[in-house]
Design a protein around this ligand. Sequence first.
Ligand code: 5GP
Length: 191
Amino acid sequence: MKELEERIQKDGRILGNDVLKVDSFLNHQVDPVLMQKMGQEFYNYFHNKPITKILTVESSGIAPAVMTGLEFKKPVIFARKHKSITMNNDTYIADVYSFTKKTTNKISIAKHFLNEEDHVLIIDDFLANGQAVSGLTSIIKQANATLEGIGIVIEKTFQKGRQLIDQQNIPILSLARIKAFKNGQVVFAEE
Ligand code: 5GP
């Protein structure tokens, strides 16, 4: 998505070797016009699938997920993050190791929001090592729902998340694909 790539070049900041800070339009302050266009891109790509629910993780996935839900006119569920949570009969729970925070959180959603009749589109802000997507995939499996696809705002192709998803043959669309950070610049992968 050209506009997103330009925005990343303009406002993104590289931290260390592998983290991109985009808190002026995605992770802290949110640009709703850009988010709406992202929702339209995800809809255009996945609209032939029988999506019934959009699934993401709080908090940075919520903005693009809601805009996608608006296009599909379907509900958006965000998994909640907890430091510790005990299994109970009303929630699906999965472990997610956070790439940026270096801690493991449990994510959970209430069982009554997802069931075996659901066809789910996962939306998230970043794809790095694929931990967040794996946690959401685990929850979809626990619910016996069907995963129809994954929409990612920014993918870093040099980390292993994409490979994990491709191995499972899950349809995926990433709106911007970063192949490297070089001399303080973002280098995008060519499609
Ligand atoms: P993964 O689970 O794929 O390893 O990492 C994805 C999650 O980590 C995303 O939901 C996002 O919150 C966070 N994340 C991973 N890489 C980055 C990054 O470069 N910048 C920011 N802001 N968040 C990231």
